[in-house]
Structures are given as structure tokens and as C-alpha cells.
Design a protein around this ligand. Structure first.
Ligand code: NAP
Length: 333
């Protein structure tokens, strides 16, 4: 089968290669791939961030978000059958940038007809990270105006136009919370008109850099997705509500780790919480269900056929995608 976007152990080199169709082992399914999406973790692997542990073997076929149709079952898999449409999360083995991929049945979920392969491929890493970030920040999905007990909160999402951020905005709004979003000037309209953010801040302005809400609100929770922004803790501290709040940092570095430990040790009311997410089957089922109901949708920045996967890879690496970058196996050349 063709696996046109394999990586070698140098960051520069990507090649189209022909590799054998993988065989599903016990507990695995073989998926005829329809779509995958590219995440920063893909090109972090390529840059060697996880070396010497990963990848273990070259050529390494990247792509951790899988969407396609089951064509073969490994031993012991009874919950699926050939022909089932699914999405799956396959980390750290990857394999999604290819015509066929195997995944563990325990991290594979059914994809209903209402959820396209392209939409489904956007969900495992990005939508589930958004979901878990909100949960970690104490932001519920139940809409308080529907009579649920949880109070409405002020939520800030940084890099809200990105793969994770645009799901966090939608999920925050689904919970009935007041959402402030930071993004580039070109996406201010998208935030307010399409994703439903209450207010949007251009990160290129002094107000945006200070995370200052246009309406003067302070935040109960922040989902921080802006990797390269280098926002100092003092800025978050000023932006959080006096009663306290959490900044969930999904791009944590060393300083974030030390800050979090110090705050925990001193019982600070304002806390930085580093978060690394590994999607579970339940998480994936929840977000697939929301897409099925039309309550959540991936914004697709761009889509590429497998033969032009490197263009999608480069688009993702640019750091300027709006929503998700997708590679579709049957996509038009
Ligand atoms: N912890 C975890 O488990 C986990 C899981 C998934 C992702 N992540 C990490 O989360 C980060 C975000 O991932 P992603 O996939 O959402 O990224 P992404 O899609 O590449 O984000 C791109 C978007 O971010 C916007 N942006 C860039 N700098 C910004 C800033 N300073 N303020 C506001 N917006 C800014 C860009 O807008 P412009 O084009 O206008 O500049 C662009 O629309 C990455 O570092 C990724 O590695 C962590």
C-alpha cells in the first residue's frame, strides 16, 4: 500500500514509500483509511522531540487520528464487524497517513453516517483535548440555562482559531458559559459569528497580549492553547477572577511545571495546571455524539489528497491553520 508521508530520523526528510498492509493483531482492527488529521505531535515526532524512545522503526508512518472503514478484525474483537465506519486514536504507533492502518479496538469507536470521515478524523486529539481541558478547568458541558446546577462561568480560550481552541470555544458555549477567545485579526468574525464566542480579542493588540476582556470580565477558567505566545504567569494572574481560577496549559514547558508545583504547595487560589491528554474511548464517543447531533463541528482549514500530504503537513507546521488540517485518502488530486 502507499504510505506517502513517512518520516525518517532526520527532520528534513519525508518520502512517499510503499509499505506492506499491516495485519491486525489480537485486539486490533484493520482500517481502510478515509481521512486523518495532522497535529503538532506529528511533526514533533519528525523533529525528534521523542527520540530516542520514538519512533522505534523507520520508515515511520505518522498520523494518530484515524477515520475509515474496518476491513479485518484481529483475534478477540467482537464489538465491530467488517464494513463498520469508525474513528480511532493510535498513539504512538500512528499509521494514519496511509491507505490502511491498524488500531486497537479499545481506542476505536463507531462513526455514524452523520459524521463524515473528514469531521471524524479531526476529533480524537483536538476535540478530546478541548473537552478534557474544560473538564480540568471545572467547566461543565451542561447548559446552566437548562436548569443544570453548575453556574455559568467566564472562560478564556487562547489560540481559539486553532485545532484545539476552536473546539474549546464551541464546547464552552455548549455549556452555556461566557466565552472570550483570542485569535488573529482575520478570525475575529469566525469566533463570534460561527463559533459563538461572546467576545474575541486580537492577540496582535496590547489588549490581546494582556488577555484583557473587552467587557472587563475576569476569567474563572482559561484554556491556554497558544503554544508560542510565552504568556507570563503575571498576565494570567491579573486576568483571573479575584476569587480564583485555573489556567489549563496544554503547551506546558519547564517553567509552567515549576509554577504549578509552587502554586500547589502554597494553596494558591489562582492555579496553572499543565495538561497532557490521552483520549479514551468514552471521550471519543462523547465528541462523536455531539457532532452527530449537530452541536459540535470541526472547522476544516484545508484538505489534501494522500499524494499531497506534505502540503498539509507544511500547512500545519506553519502554525496558521484555522481549525484542522485534513488528509483525505480518496481526496481529489
Ligand atoms: N496537551 C495536550 O495533550 C495537547 C493536545 C493537542 C495539542 N496540544 C498542543 O496545543 C497547542 C495548540 O494546538 P493546535 O493543534 O490547536 O494548534 P494549531 O491548530 O496549529 O494553532 C494554530 C492557530 O493558533 C493561532 N495562534 C497562534 N499564536 C497565537 C497567539 N499568540 N494567540 C492567539 N492565537 C494564536 C493561529 O492564528 P494566526 O494564524 O492568526 O496566527 C492559528 O489559527 C500546540 O502546541 C499543541 O502541541 C497539546
Amino acid at each position: 500500500m502507499a504510505a506517502p508521508c513517512s518520516t525518517t530520523d532526520t527532520a528534513e526528510e519525508q518520502r512517499h514509500v510503499v509499505v506492506p498492509i499491516p495485519s491486525p493483531k489480537k485486539g486490533e482492527v484493520l482500517i481502510r483509511m478515509e481521512a486523518t488529521s495532522i497535529n503538532q505531535v506529528d511533526w514533533n515526532f519528525q523533529k525528534g522531540v521523542a527520540r530516542p524512545v520514538m519512533p522505534r522503526k523507520f520508515p515511520f508512518v505518522s498520523g494518530f487520528d484515524l477515520a475509515g472503514e474496518i476491513v479485518e478484525l484481529g483475534a478477540g474483537v467482537s464489538e465491530f464487524k467488517s464494513g463498520d465506519k469508525v474513528i480511532a486514536f493510535n498513539f504512538p504507533k500512528g499509521g494514519g497517513l496511509a491507505e490502511y492502518a491498524v488500531a486497537s479496538a479499545s481506542l476505536t469507536v463507531a462513526r455514524p453516517p452523520e459524521v463524515s470521515a473528514a469531521q471524524g478524523a479531526c476529533l480524537p486529539i483536538a476535540a478530546v483535548t478541548a473537552l478534557r481541558s474544560l473538564q480540568t478547568a471545572g467547566i461543565t458541558l451542561d447548559d446552566p440555562s437548562d436548569g443544570a446546577a453548575s453556574p455559568r462561568k467566564n472562560l478564556l480560550v487562547t489560540a481559539a482559531s486553532g485545532g484545539v481552541g476552536h473546539f474549546a470555544v464551541q464546547l464552552g458555549r455548549l455549556g452555556g458559559h461566557r466565552v472570550t477567545a483570542t485569535c488573529g485579526a482575520r478570525n475575529l468574525g469566525l469566533m463570534r459569528d460561527k463559533l459563538g464566542a461572546d467576545e474575541a480579542l486580537d492577540y496582535g493588540t496590547p489588549e490581546g497580549a494582556a488577555l484583557r476582556s473587552p467587557s472587563g470580565r475576569k476569567y474563572d477558567a482559561v484554556v491556554h492553547c497558544a503554544a508560542a505566545a510565552g504568556v507570563p504567569w503575571s498576565v494570567f494572574r491579573r486576568a483571573l477572577a479575584d476569587a480564583g481560577g485555573k489556567v489549563v496549559d496544554i503547551t506546558p514547558g519547564f517553567v509552567a511545571g515549576v509554577t504549578a508545583i509552587l502554586q500547589m504547595a502554597t494553596f494558591s487560589k489562582k492555579r496553572l495546571v499543565p495538561l497532557l491528554v490521552t483520549p479514551t474511548k468514552e471521550d471519543m464517543e462523547l465528541v462523536v455524539g455531539l457532532v452527530k447531533q449537530g452541536r459540535l463541528a470541526a472547522v476544516i482549514d484545508s484538505s489534501y489528497p494522500l499524494s499531497r500530504a506534505q502540503e498539509g503537513w507544511a500547512r500545519s507546521m506553519s502554525g496558521h491553520a484555522t481549525g484542522k488540517v485534513v488528509v483525505e485518502m480518496g481526496g481529489a488530486e
